[in-house]
Design a protein around this ligand. Sequence first.
Ligand SMILES: Nc1ncnc2c1ncn2[C@@H]1O[C@H](COP(=O)(O)OP(=O)(O)OP(=O)(O)O)[C@@H](O)[C@H]1O
Ligand SMILES: [Mg+2]
Length: 367
Amino acid sequence: MVSHTSGQSLRILHLEDSVADHALTAITLRRAQVEHTMWHVDTLDGFRDLIAGQVFDIILADYKLPGFTALDAWKLVSAAPRHPPFILLSGAIGEAAAVDAIRLGIADYVLKDEMSRLPHVIARAREVHEARLSQEQAARELAASQQRLAELTEHLQSSIEQERAAIAREIHDDIGGSLTAIRFDLSWIDRHTQQTDVREHVQAATAMLQHALGASQRIMMNLRPPILDQGLVAAVQWLADSFERRSGVSTRVHSSADAIDLPASVQLVAYRTAQEALTNISKYAACTTVHVELSDTEGVFTLEVTDNGCGFDPASLNKPKAFGINGLRERARTVNGWLDISSRPGQGTSIILSVPLDSPADKGGDQ
Ligand SMILES: Nc1ncnc2c1ncn2[C@@H]1O[C@H](COP(=O)(O)OP(=O)(O)OP(=O)(O)O)[C@@H](O)[C@H]1O
Ligand SMILES: [Mg+2]
């Protein structure tokens, strides 16, 4: 049997085999001026059809019905992702069954003897339901925005790498080419003049030229890591050597193997991590030694850069302006890896990049 009492607003589905109890429910709601439209059903099949075809704001259900219980009805309702609150409106069912029902996710339990509570219980169940829906909505929006942020970071980083590679090419082809041509001309002049003062100028110009060639070489190396040509270990060694030369800080590189075979994308992330860690050391650490450790044992690649400097409180990285290390975290995520920072004021700092090597996402290259 399915019947339908018309009112307004709240769409209520009432699962009840007693016509008298259904009528009493309707009277109670009307007296409390709960504006509603109520559907009455007393079979599981009828219930299933109604919830499949319509949207309800509240479901009220007697516990024991002929051949089934409210829990069978609840199973049908709770299978849907955005189901309405489900309230038991029943004779006494015993404490154990009531606890069980609430544990399964049923919103509330009202005894028929205490029917006057029903309007209040409906109002509260709806409030809880609304709060849960908006919480779920907020969580969905947050997840979507985090996803967009991660995509944007990945896009920005690959654009930066492409831009850097393009600038490095320009320097190599244009400036590098011109400087080499000037060197040929200078040596031609040197060979074809006997004048001492001209030769002196040529020598000074050649020395300057050598400096300019060295600088453009260095800028190119910084812009476009030479890892594809020489491998990560060699590239990190080169970074460490030039860091040591510039800073005077003793810098040692240790690797589990002479060459570590890694996807291009992981190599680039590792190289940029070492680069930023060394830059931070020169800016903040005030240390005397640096150790760089590369390893690819047990299916995980790790790069660890450790200094014995002043250290810092990693909690300060939550500051909105710490882009270096937070950028590295995002970079690590793009190759399914992660970054650990271990540091304490006065105790030095370790920056550790870990990347599992068996995941399919780290096979791509983004040079
Ligand atoms: N090796 C280190 N020793 C001591 N403090 C460090 C070290 N590395 C980082 N820090 C501290 O962590 C903070 C955050 O570093 P991060 O690289 O994120 O930002 P930054 O270097 O200040 O700016 P950016 O990298 O954007 O130029 C630094 O401001 C510094 O206080
Ligand atoms: Mg930095």
